[in-house]
Design a protein around this ligand. Structure first.
Ligand SMILES: [Zn+2]
Length: 275
């Protein structure tokens, strides 16, 4: 489940490498993965990339001539790797792109469901496609965050994951951020005071920056996350066992001592029925 730290790590790894040589062959792409047909993938051939860019959790590879942009969104299970010439490559990639120097950008996706997306766009078309995205989560100042939170009354966990509100945070890092901010995942965005808003803004910036640093050093999920997926393990701040609650289609991890004043959160749908 790549989020801002993971996608930015990928971007940094690919930025230089993709400029090294023009595209020799773009494709093949799995029919469910490729989201566009015009312009055709083959129009990339012979062109050189101007590096790698990122918007939220989306990767963008513009061509040097400014005419095309290759878009990749990994969703939850997509994996993107660059293979140097001679390196073993997966047999049936969801998408593959070869450079003239023999290097290859390869997208794979585990499981039967193909959710990762690849598309080739004109610059104005990809801008429209991603136009719904909110500001980059790691670039918000306290004032901007305050305005965003005041704009809609929603539970923090859901709001911070909404890419239209702010972009880059998903279901793993949101647990780390809310723990750092010492805020309940169920807290309402409009009920935060200015001190809590400032704390949340700081937590977003710090946690995402630390996450990026960890990922650039190759730290795996189990160590990169300290709250997410650590059910029952002691909170690294207070020692209370990490708790879990289901909310909408997501699983939330949190520390009852640090975040909810000792209260255990109830499954929202269930508690609603029992009320
Ligand atoms: Zn704790």
């Amino acid at each position: 489940m790549p989020e801002l730290p993971e996608i930015e790590t990928l971007r940094r790894m690919l930025d230089e490498r993709l400029r090294a040589a023009p595209v020799a062959k773009a494709g093949p792409a799995h029919v469910a993965t490729l989201k566009t047909f015009d312009p055709a993938l083959a129009t990339l051939e012979g062109r050189r990339f101007a590096g790698a860019k990122r918007r939220g959790k989306h990767l963008l590879f513009p061509t040097e001539d400014g005419e095309l942009v290759l878009h990749v969104h990994l969703m939850s299970a997509g994996r993107l790797r660059f293979h140097e010439p001679g390196e073993k490559q997966p047999k049936s990639p969801a998408f593959k792109l070869m450079l003239e120097d023999g290097g290859a950008l390869v997208l794979t996706e585990g499981g039967p469901k193909k959710r990762a997306k690849v598309g080739l766009y004109r610059p104005e078309a990809i801008e429209a496609e991603l136009g719904h995205l909110g500001p980059e989560a790691n670039e918000l100042d306290a004032e901007q965050l305050g305005e965003i939170l005041a704009g809609d009354s929603r539970r923090l966990h859901a709001m911070l994951r909404d890419q239209r509100v702010l972009t880059g945070i998903g279901r793993a890092w949101v647990n780390e951020i809310l723990h750092r901010a010492r805020l309940s995942p169920y807290a309402l965005s409009t009920e935060l005071d200015s001190e809590e808003t400032a704390r949340l803004g700081e937590a977003i910036r710090e946690v995402l920056a630390e996450g990026l640093d960890l990922r650039e050093r190759g730290v795996p999920d189990k160590k990169a996350y300290r709250i997410h997926n650590h059910l029952g393990e002691p909170c690294f701040v207070c020692g209370t066992p990490i708790a879990r609650v289901d909310f909408e289609e997501h699983t939330i991890f949190y520390c009852p001592e640090c975040q909810t004043g000792g209260r255990v959160l109830k499954d929202r749908r269930l508690s609603r029925l029992l009320r």
